[in-house]
Design a binder for this molecule. Structure first.
Ligand SMILES: O=C(O)c1cc(=O)[nH]c(=O)n1[C@@H]1O[C@H](COP(=O)(O)O)[C@@H](O)[C@H]1O
Length: 289
């Protein structure tokens, strides 16, 4: 009998915490992507102070509408250490507000150095620790082992790229026919989740990224997403052209595991928190309706 996963202090496994948040608020993740163009349209400076005000406004706007917040790490990194400090502040403030965080860092490396990335984003002592982190499996799914193990140990989660939302992704992910690269990632995540009892309810902590824009690729590649046993993060809504209706068609029986995520389309509602919130509510209504 698989166990339910470790409990760290009062923290239960990420998959269970995410399922509870989705049950309470609905299946929306709001991306915090402080692009220079968005900062400008909000009347903010393209520096750490602009980032700080942008991040605080988004958090205030969606704290009780979103199930999770997904800061795009590169858009903080481009400001160097001052930007990273703002990201740390945002992660801490989201924790205070009881809002789950997914650091969109897309990390992936050989095992020995993967351990350091895992410590940075999932470690108990790290100021950058989020509730989950996005990972790239291009060095092989098993190269992610240090992050998979540390996430399980600390009650955190991961989202591994499987079918990405960008058109170029197909040139790698669709290769291999019945044994496509994407299918191998899906099967590996399912096997990982099967170690925990929560996966029977789709509450595993090893999630996948499957773009909202992938159309019929899930069917064509024969991916059994319902069997993954964990959450499916679906970026591409809004700015990349996908709609909630298309999402239902793409995911079919696995739609209940989907966490739809949108950044620019929601953030365009700023600079007022009310405008951001209204767009988040509209997206959520589409996802939940
Ligand atoms: O891992 C991701 O979040 C991600 C994976 C993917 O396949 N496609 C994708 O767009 N994303 C991220 O999701 C966000 C999408 O932003 P918008 O297109 O503005 O909604 C960006 O931060 C992307 O980096």
């Amino acid at each position: 009998m698989p166990d339910a996963g470790p409990v760290v202090g009062s923290r239960s496994p990420f998959g269970e915490r995410l399922a509870a948040a989705v049950g309470q608020r609905g299946p929306l993740c709001v991306g915090v992507d402080p692009h220079p163009s968005l900062l400008a349209s909000w009347g903010l400076t393209d520096d750490a102070e602009g980032l700080r005000r942008f991040s605080a406004t988004v958090l205030t706007a969606v704290a009780d509408v979103a199930a999770a917040l997904k800061p795009q790490v590169a858009l903080y990194e481009r400001h160097g250490s001052a930007g990273i400090a703002v990201l740390e502040e945002l992660l801490a403030a989201a924790r205070e507000a009881n809002l789950l965080t997914i650091a969109d860092a897309k990390r992936g490396d050989i095992g020995s150095t993967m351990a350091a990335y895992a410590q940075a984003w999932l470690g108990e002592e790290s100021p950058l620790a989020a509730d989950a982190v996005t990972l790239s499996p291009y060095l092989g799914f098993e190269s992610l082992r240090p992050a998979l193990d540390l996430a399980a140990e600390t009650g955190r989660g991961v989202f591994v790229l499987a079918l990405t939302s960008n058109p170029e992704g197909a040139s790698v992910q669709h290769v291999g026919g019945d044994a496509s690269v994407a299918r191998r990632i899906v099967d590996a995540a399912a096997a990982e989740n099967r170690r925990y009892a929560g996966a029977e309810r789709g509450h595993g902590s090893v999630g996948l990224v499957v773009g909202a824009t992938v159309g019929d690729a899930v069917q064509r590649l024969g991916l059994d997403l319902a069997a993954v046993g964990g959450p499916l993060l679906a970026p591409g809504l809004g700015a990349q052209g996908a709609t909630p209706a298309a999402l239902r068609e793409t995911f079919g029986a696995a739609y209940g595991q989907v966490l739809g995520t949108s950044s620019r389309d929601i953030l365009a509602g700023g600079p007022d928190a009310g405008g951001v919130r209204a767009r988040a509510e509209r997206t959520l209504a589409g996802l939940a309706g």
